[in-house]
Design a protein around this ligand. Structure first.
Ligand code: BG6
Length: 470
């Protein structure tokens, strides 16, 4: 095996809403995540109707990255990060989302943030929309089910593409775009009790695909150097047995859960299996003349994806199930399971890298991967997170095999939550992913002090050796 390229982008990833806090500072408006309650293991969060007294909203303060980003970036630099992924909070730039003119203070904040990253040798990798759309757009317009959202989003894109031209080259249009069908609330499609909920969700998906394709075209026109990717949550499913029914079911779940989204964004059209699937659901998506042509013109440059775990699929109803990111599955008896029910499967990373590459032959970017763990800090303020090191080590080994033995093209690797942050799924702080511990608990107590975990020095050595010293 030879080595990964010198310019391979090692780094880490966060999202604005889970880290920045300062939810009303700098002219920021409320985002959907500002009204997401704190859940806990096995209990999902929910979106309240505006901010309610006596409810704790963990994203309001996050980990105060908004104020402490310089110190945090200094720590990332110490680890040797070549890139850093974050998102631009839409509500810092357009507090309601439908304004014509952007908020200068918000734009200035990201100017400073990107300048600081670049100064410290990190390539910014930016998610344009990471689960944090303006609340106003959800309440007043019905979220992405409303076609007007496309124009609001493109206005946002135009402003940031122009403003950060020359600073940001790597973009992703929507974080985990497949969440729009699994958790439509995240796209501002609210109220599951209504009969038309599914209809609105699928309509929202069409609008996001179209918005993404138009954003790709716009981003390329503003700066031909831009590399604009999709971002999908990979829901890897294995057949539980060699029974043909299980094999077909697992494949079907891969198709509808993951590949449909990359097929549409990489190839620029709705595959026939999706058209049939939507028909079978009795849903009629309103596709206007010209939409399909626009989608064809806006194919992405690379596939960004998150990978945490895999699960199994079977037609047998009498089997044990397990949790997972947004979607649960059938428990695979060959894999260990995290405290949150996510099954740990490093080989699944090699599997999905190969499945994507066989299908599309375009570059990929692993923009999320990691282990959520309830770290315990010792009396010296240290976290000995050998379990996290082991998780990441195994995933990096498989990633390297995919690149160096199987020949897939990979731009980089940014483990999720490189500094502890608020969990998207549960709102907990105790579901930690970081190399850096943040002193804050699930109720919002703590000094927010940062300290290095054992994995900090380990990852530093991994980057310094280009993935050789694991
Ligand atoms: C991805 C999201 O789904 O998984 C992140 O893009 C999220 O925002 C991450 O934090 C891990 O999920 P969780 O629920 O453990 O925070």
């Amino acid at each position: 095996m030879s080595q990964l390229d010198k310019d391979f982008l090692w780094g880490g990833a966060i999202a604005a809403n889970q880290a920045e806090g300062a939810y009303l500072e700098g002219g920021k408006g409320l985002s959907l995540m500002d009204v997401a309650t704190a859940g806990k293991k096995g209990v999902s969060r929910h979106i309240t109707d505006g901010i309610q007294d006596d409810v704790y909203y963990p994203n309001h303060e996050g980990i105060d990255f908004y104020h402490q980003y310089k110190e945090d970036l200094a720590l990332f630099e110490e680890m040797g990060f070549k890139c850093f992924r974050t998102s631009i909070a839409w509500t810092r730039i357009f507090p309601h989302g439908d304004e014509d003119e952007p908020n200068e203070e918000g734009l200035k904040y990201y100017d400073d943030l990107f300048d600081e990253m670049i100064k410290r040798g990190m390539e910014p990798v930016v998610t344009i929309s990471h689960y944090e759309m303006p609340l106003y757009l959800a309440q007043k317009y019905g979220g992405w089910a409303n076609r007007q959202l496309i124009d609001f989003y493109l206005n946002f894109c135009e402003v940031i593409f122009k403003r950060y031209k020359g600073k940001v080259k790597y973009w992703m249009t929507f974080n985990e775009i497949n969440s729009v069908v699994f958790m439509p609330e995240i796209a501002g499609v609210l109220d599951r009790t209504q009969d038309d909920f599914k209809q609105r969700s699928y309509q929202a998906a069409h609008h996001q695909f179209l918005a993404s394709a138009k954003a790709v075209q716009l981003g390329h026109a503003i700066d031909p150097e831009n590399k604009i990717g999709c971002m999908v949550l990979t829901l890897v499913k294995y057949p539980l047995t060699a029974k043909p029914e299980d094999v077909l079911l697992a494949e079907e779940k891969m198709r509808y859960g993951t590949f449909a989204f990359t097929d549409i964004q990489v190839r620029g059209h709705y595959p026939r299996y999706i058209q049939k699937y939507v028909e079978r659901q009795g849903i009629k998506v309103d596709i206007k003349p010209g939409d399909l042509e626009e989608m064809k013109k806006g194919c992405v440059d690379y596939i960004g994806f998150s990978y945490y775990s895999s699960s199994a699929a079977t037609t047998d109803p009498h089997v044990e199930t397990t949790g997972g990111n947004l979607v649960s599955g059938v428990k695979n008896p060959y894999l260990p399971t995290s405290e949150w029910g996510w099954q740990i499967d490093a080989k699944g990373l090699r599997y999905i890298l190969n499945r994507f590459y066989e299908r599309y032959e375009i570059p990929m970017f692993i923009v999320e991967n990691g282990l959520g763990y309830n770290d315990q800090i010792d009396e010296n303020g240290y976290v000995k997170d050998d379990y996290r090191i082991e998780y990441l080590r195994q995933h990096i080994i498989e990633m390297k095999k995919a690149v160096l033995e199987d020949g897939v093209e990979l731009i980089g690797y940014t483990p999720w939550g490189c500094i502890d942050l608020v969990s998207a799924g549960t709102g907990e702080m105790s579901k930690r992913y970081g190399f850096i511990y943040v002193d804050r608990d699930d109720l919002g107590n703590g000094s927010l002090k940062r300290s290095k975990k054992k994995s900090f020095d380990w990852y530093k050595q991994v980057i310094a050796s280009q993935g050789e010293d694991l």
